[in-house]
Write a protein that binds this ligand. Structure first.
Ligand code: GUN
Ligand code: FE
Length: 442
């Protein structure tokens, strides 16, 4: 509550630099102020101008010379996989069976899920991530525990209870009817409460019967405004299984299309091995592909093709995919994304990457009217970054001349150590001094 002013080097994106050009897209104010009232941004502008107009007594936090950006958005990660991260030696289907499903069985206990949610939110805040789209487990208590903790912290969060009625251990299965009923109950209890949204969350085609996909279709039709999240075209064995289990399908994407799950706000994790028809279908129906580079490298799944998505107008977001993914940091995630694209013969300038971490992910998730930019009317979810936080960064910065070069080095070398502070609805939820980190002496 109340008004605060936050001063720093402001960076925000009005458009995609790849489409609109840098001059149109990049909003940078070397000495800027964001004025926040009751958790909402009310003014953004030049520091020296705004500071003179502020009511005396308005608290002003001066973060100069640090960068102030919209908080990062992580559009795909798994609550029950914080203790699966860095499990050795498998690819997707074996990784699920050997490590992930046994761990997810523990999340029928609300205390286990609550403890994981507290760890997750603390860690996301330390990394400057203020919004995430999260898979819980099949157990409704896992999602309830997640939402309770998110509400306590007044975070903008999206989550769903997983729908999964086959090809997993008995204790992780629901049924078509149960998955429907439990999702309905979750929507009634939590959707639209505070800054929370419920996502319809069929895990992926291999773990849902056609009856369950039909139930997901019914949920989607009854709630056209809801986000949907699932996995698509991540791994060769997965794709082969889908072709066998759904013999009528043209391809993997067709399974989701048949059940009305391809639409705006539908988030498809991975999307690595898509055909042109599939990319076109996703694009035409307004769905989003979610690029998960650390996961795709770690599980050996493949290389996302950003140029192909762009050419067909398929929106792309970028996410950690904890715990197939290996870092909670969206900077590290972008750095690995850069390397994936490099292996694919593609270049990804820092302005485009930072835009994807903020306004681009907001657009992919369909929350661009709430967060993702520094603009009046949007929620004051912010991250403050120190591009000289570590010795390698400081050394590199001695040769850096432009903002684009600075951001590129920050993305390649940065991680949670570069987070100075994180704000959610104008409230500081992370502070590196309180966390015991000391920046290097000036
Ligand atoms: N496909 C279905 N479930 C999962 C999961 O938990 N992680 C990843 N990376 N892919 C999946
Ligand atoms: Fe995933």
């Amino acid at each position: 509550a109340g008004t605060i002013a936050i001063r720093g080097r402001l960076l925000s994106f009005d458009a995609d630099p790849a489409v609109a050009g840098e001059a149109e897209a990049v909003r940078f104010i070397e000495d800027g102020i964001v004025v926040v009232r009751d958790g909402v941004i009310v003014e953004v502008g030049e520091g020296p101008v705004i500071v003179r107009r502020l009511d005396p007594g308005t608290p002003l936090v001066d973060h100069r010379p640090h960068l102030v950006l919209p908080g990062f958005i992580d559009p795909h990660l798994h609550l029950p996989q914080t203790q699966v991260v860095a499990s050795y030696g498998t690819e997707l289907m074996e990784w699920l069976a050997k490590y992930t499903f046994p761990e997810e069985l523990r999340y029928g206990d609300s205390a286990v899920a609550g403890e994981a949610a507290r760890f997750l939110f603390d860690t996301l805040a330390a990394n400057g991530t203020t919004t995430a789209a999260v898979y819980c487990t099949t157990h409704p208590v896992s999602a309830e525990a997640f939402f309770r903790e998110a509400e306590r912290r007044n975070l903008r969060m999206i989550a769903g209870k997983v729908m999964m009625d086959r090809n997993a251990p008995e204790g992780l299965l629901d049924t078509a009817e149960l998955g429907y009923e439990q999702t309905k109950e979750l929507i009634a209890a939590w959707h639209g409460r505070g800054r929370l949204e419920v996502a319809i969350t069929p895990r992926f085609a291999p773990t849902s019967s056609e009856a369950q996909l039909a139930a997901a279709a019914a949920l989607a039709a009854e709630h056209p405004e809801l986000p949907i999240q699932t996995h698509l075209s991540e791994n060769d064995a997965e794709i082969a299984y889908v072709a066998e289990a759904f013999p009528w399908s043209k391809d993997y994407t067709d399974v989701y299309e048949r059940y009305g799950l391809v639409r705006p706000r539908a988030l498809f994790g991975h999307c690595i091995h898509l055909s042109e028809r599939e990319r076109r279908a996703l694009a035409e129906k307004g769905a989003s592909a979610i690029f998960c580079p650390t996961s795709n490298l770690f599980l050996g799944s493949g290389l996302y093709d950003l140029a192909a998505s762009r050419a067909l107008g398929l929106k792309t977001g970028i996410a950690t995919d904890i715990g197939g993914g290996t870092s909670y940091s969206m900077l590290t995630t972008a750095a690995e994304g850069y390397k994936v694209l490099a292996l694919n013969g593609q270049k990804w300038p820092a302005f485009e990457a930072f835009r994807m971490l903020t306004a681009g992910n907001a657009e992919a998730v369909g929350i661009e009217d709430k967060v993702g930019r520094l603009a009046p009317g949007l929620e004051a979810d912010l991250v403050v970054l120190d591009s000289r936080a570590t010795a390698p960064l400081r050394r590199r910065m001695e040769r850096v001349e432009t903002l684009a070069e600075e951001l590129f080095a920050l993305m390649i070398l940065g991680d949670e150590r570069t987070t100075v502070a994180t704000y959610a609805a104008g409230r500081r939820i992370y502070d590196r001094y309180q966390a015991g980190h000391r920046p290097l002496a000036p």
